[in-house]
Ligand binder design. Structure first.
Ligand SMILES: [Mn+2]
Length: 339
């Protein structure tokens, strides 16, 4: 089906809706935020439907905060009041019941647009899930151009940054559709703002957390792992996983961090045929939830009542499980990164 046809289908699905609450995944990334902002624009300008963007968790990473600020993306934290006020919901860059968004399980969303592997449980009046896309931002770029609407520089910049950060500048899990979207957006982007988003000011906490992550990093053959302990910014987990993967001769990274009452995990690999998503699902089963793609994945285990000593044991078990499934070997001794 062409994107023009999908737009007609979308129009039919939202007909008569008086307001839609657009939800990103929790702790939203640029892919999710830019996709939400674009859907909001299309709903308003093309279908005259008002919508609001909300997210569970926080916008943590400095780049993401800069993006929201400089591009004026109107996203607010989700709360009970919003959930009660709206009757129609859209999920962007996530699917119902995957554990990484805050849509209550009792609600069937009106719209789901995503690029993660489709789940059997995913239902909605309008579904567009394209697993072969490197970013949800690519999908929304196609919608934006197909809509015939004017392309605002702020939206183009948001989508461009969403797409390039998700795919590491088209180097990770990017397909021809992503390259096309990247090129079509580029002329519309605001280059100075893009640069400011990519090089934001960083807090002292950022450097402190970075130092701790490096102190706690260990390698075993082609694997690197790090335990961050208690963190204030959940985005720190995937950030460190990306960073550690850049170590020479390493092709898998696992990072663990405790945020509020959850143990968060991020896995990264440079092996293009890997299935990191499945691997993390297996690691946290049956205690937690997980998802992802071939080369990037994440998960979480709710642990409100687990005492700290047991949490440490759980972390070590996860690390052992991870190394074993990647290297097919029992772990002998980990080597400190900064030795
Ligand atoms: Mn995404």
């Amino acid at each position: 089906m062409s994107t023009e046809e999908k737009l007609l289908e979308l129009e039919a699905a939202v007909k008569g809706c008086h307001g839609i609450l657009i939800l990103t995944h929790d702790n939203p990334d640029p892919d999710s935020l830019s996709s939400a902002a674009t859907l909001r624009y299309i709903l308003a300008k093309k279908f005259k439907i008002r919508s609001k963007i909300a997210y569970g968790g926080i916008v943590g990473r400095a780049e993401n905060r800069a993006m929201v600020q400089f591009l004026k993306i109107p996203a607010s934290p989700l709360n009970e009041e919003l959930l009660e006020k709206y009757h129609h919901f859209a999920l962007l860059d996530t699917q119902p019941r995957t554990g990484n968004n805050s849509l209550p399980h009792s609600i069937t969303p009106t719209i789901v647009i995503d690029h993660h592997p489709p789940r059997k449980t995913t239902k909605g009046a309008f579904l567009d899930i394209r697993e072969n896309y490197g970013a949800t931002a690519t999908l929304l770029t196609e919608y934006l151009f197909a809509s015939g609407l004017e392309i605002p520089a702020t939206l183009a910049t948001a989508l461009f940054y969403g797409l390039s950060s998700e795919t590491q500048n088209l180097g990770r899990e990017a397909e021809e559709v992503d390259r096309q979207a990247y090129l079509s957006l580029f002329p519309y982007t605001h280059k100075r703002i893009l640069s400011r988003i990519e090089h934001p000011k960083l807090s002292r906490d950022y450097f402190l957390n970075l130092s701790q992550a490096l102190q706690n990093a260990f390698t075993y053959r082609n694997v690197i792992v790090s335990k961050l302990g208690i963190i204030q910014n959940p985005d720190h987990v995937p950030f460190i996983a990306d960073l550690l993967l850049r170590l020479e001769r390493v092709s898998w990274s696992l990072v663990l961090g405790q945020f509020e009452d959850k143990l968060l995990l991020s896995v990264r690999t440079s092996q293009e045929r890997a299935n990191a998503g499945k691997l993390v699902q297996k690691m946290v089963h049956p205690k937690g939830t997980a998802g992802g793609h071939g080369m990037i994945a994440g998960g979480k285990i709710n642990c409100p009542d687990i005492p700290p000593e047991e949490l440490l044991i759980l972390e070590d078990e996860l690390i052992q499980k991870f190394i074993k499934s990647v290297t097919k070997q029992d772990v002998l001794e980990l080597k400190a990164l900064l030795e």
